[in-house]
Design a protein around this ligand. Structure first.
Ligand code: AMP
Length: 591
């Protein structure tokens, strides 16, 4: 049997250990799970703490806890811990030793060798310090590999031919972006850029500010450390929730007391608000992406693949911004926290002479979503496809999005569930639909949360929840991941063609999506539907008056008049013609 060599990702925030066994990579779980927080500390009795227990005491006992030691690797000055001090590689050795123990407990025998990953920008001195840390931990470091190389190995372990890959790695405290070139079995980093002080921790800090502002508003100024630590943790949890849902409720019971009376902290955060906060930080990462492309002598269109690495790439806005920039969806099927460790384990297996197979993950091969009011290429439509679970997302997965009712007093909303990639929902395959009736007749803009949960057996559960009242309706659709037969596809295509040709389409108005503007209600016939579209368009045009120049405004007013007349006279052709013209002006004003 080939000798087991460990694959280790020695990270700034978290570290992981992995091995290749039975033709697959296993990330080995320790007491903290698969991710070992990269913290080292001493407890009240001077006992060494590594991982979760050290992290948990950080806020209260910073003088006897060390975090982010990776940032100091290669420096000769020691760091204090309790009443002694240690070289950075000695602290890293404690983390490595802990990982080695975890692996040995799992394997039931001792292990003496490891492949360890480092950032592509690490200097020789920093690589040497990492090697020394391994030796101090009792590990022979058989190879140091670059983190982007490890990630690329995971996605491309059996790649033949040439390819250029962009690896975007946004972790807790660091950001790196690299261009990696593959030529058959050779993987090489050709350019790399990054920021050693940018990551998910900064996202947490921005949320923390909002939470602290709420405390100030409630007249708490002197916040004890323990409460601050709770707020910090709550901020990170809220951030993670906002990756999968449009709102996050932060609740901390008995956070503080005032005059002996307990105070319960509670605030709701919206994803949109959070995204506005982090946009400047994401802009910075995209600046680095441009720099790395320039250094590699490439344009965005020459990149064949984008791979996401690091826990913070779970943030939907990260994925969206990259997709907008490169015109292709980044790949994230492999857990971004574990990808580098998995690559290290693959490299380790190759060194010990094992035949390595590609890493397999259970993903959805299709995108699932719903339809809503919006525009496609500047044209107003009630059938804009809004993806909710994107293809290649690992399953099981749950994602939700917010939509808004389109008109005042709206009583019902129809949720149509589609599978496909086309921007026009009608070009996708409708796999189910349901009606939510009995909405609370609120003013337009009332929030409806659509929640999609897909399990690994291909069962898709879709729910719609009226946020204000909790009214919920759901359906379960079986077998959504199975390949549809040719007949089914043909029938679906037929149906779509007919729908396009048909003038009188039955159906309720879909809600409008969270990000797009636009309004409508719930018509029963095509004509009602037109009417509702027109009303929505009128409302939207009015909301944009301030943005329009004098001439445009005049044109808009004229068009609105004609649209009003067409509505009064039930003249569909006149209505359509003028709605098209108005849509164009709106598109121009919005872009
Ligand atoms: P890493 O250094 O790669 O382990 O990444 C750790 C960072 O990823 C931390 O800042 C985490 O808060 C962040 N993170 C983990 N899960 C998520 C998530 N679901 N959404 C956003 N950030 C996350």
């Amino acid at each position: 049997m080939a000798e087991k060599i460990l694959g280790i990702d020695l990270g700034t925030t978290n570290s992981e250990v992995a091995i290749y066994e039975n033709g697959a990579v296993t990330i080995i779980e320790g007491p903290d799970g698969k991710l070992l927080p990269s913290y080292v500390g001493l407890d009240d009795h001077d006992n060494l703490l590594v991982g979760g227990p050290a992290m948990n005491q950080f806020v209260v006992y910073p003088e006897r806890t060390i975090k982010s030691i990776k940032r100091l690797m290669g420096q000769a000055s020691p760091v204090p811990l309790g009443d002694r001090s240690y070289l950075p590689q000695e602290i890293s050795a404690m983390i490595l030793r802990h990982l080695k123990n975890i692996a040995e407990t799992y394997l039931g025998h001792s292990v003496g060798k490891a492949v360890i990953t480092v950032p592509a920008f690490f200097s020789d001195g920093q690589r040497q310090a990492t090697r020394e840390a391994g030796q101090m931990a009792g590990l022979d470091v058989v190879k140091i590999i670059n983190e982007p190389t490890a990630a690329t190995l995971v996605y491309e372990s059996s790649h033949k031919g040439a390819k250029k890959v962009l690896v975007y790695d946004l972790g807790g405290g660091t950001f790196d972006v690299s261009v990696v070139e593959l030529q058959d079995d050779v993987i090489e980093v050709i350019a790399s850029h990054g920021n050693n002080h940018l990551g998910g921790d900064d996202f947490d800090a921005l949320i923390e500010k909002v939470l602290m502002a709420k405390l100030q508003e409630d007249n708490f100024t002197d916040i004890p450390l323990q409460a601050k630590a709770r707020i910090r943790r709550a901020a990170e949890n809220a951030k993670k929730l906002l990756s999968i849902q449009p709102f996050a409720l932060v609740e901390e019971e008995y956070l503080l007391t005032r005059d002996g009376v307990p105070y319960n902290f509670s605030i709701e955060l919206a994803r949109q608000q959070y995204e506005e906060l982090i946009t400047p930080l994401l802009d910075e990462t995209l600046d680095a992406v441009h720099l790395v492309l320039r250094d590699a002598g490439l344009t965005a269109s020459e990149i064949d693949e984008i791979l996401l690495v690091g826990g913070s790439t779970r943030t939907p806005l990260v994925q969206e911004r990259l997709e907008r920039e490169f015109g292709m969806a980044p790949r994230f099927e492999v857990d971004p926290d574990l990808c580098v460790a998995a690559g290290a384990a693959l490299q380790a297996a190759m060194i010990s002479g094992e035949e390595v197979r590609a890493v397999l993950v259970d993903v959805t091969p299709y995108t699932f979503g719903t339809s809503a009011i919006g525009d496609i290429d500047g044209r107003f439509t009630i059938d804009k496809f809004v993806p909710i679970i994107k293809k290649n997302t690992p399953v099981p997965v749950t994602r939700s999005e917010v939509f808004y009712t389109a008109v005042d007093q709206q009583e019902a909303v129809e949720i149509k569930v589609y599978q496909g990639e086309a921007e026009n929902a009608l070009e996708n395959i409708e796999v189910g639909n349901f009606l939510v009736q009995g909405l609370a007749k609120r003013p337009s803009g009332s929030e409806i949360i659509a929640k999609f949960a897909l399990d690994s057996n291909g069962i898709l559960q879709v729910s719609a929840i009226e946020k204000a009242t909790g009214l919920e309706k759901s359906i379960t659709i079986d077998n959504v991941m199975s390949d549809l037969s040719r007949d089914t596809l043909a029938a679906a295509r037929d149906k779509i063609r007919k729908l396009f040709g048909e003038k009188d389409r039955e159906g309720q108005e879909p809600p409008r999506p969270g990000r797009d503007a636009g309004n409508a209600a719930e018509p029963k016939t095509m004509r009602n539907s037109r009417r509702v579209q027109a009303e929505a368009l009128i409302e939207k045009a009015r909301s944009l008056f301030d943005k329009a120049g004098e001439d445009d405004r005049e044109d808009m007013i004229n068009l609105l008049e004609i649209i009003g007349q067409a509505l009064a006279e039930d003249d569909e052709d006149l209505l359509q013609e003028n709605m098209d013209e108005l849509s164009e002006i709106i598109f121009y004003l919005e872009s």
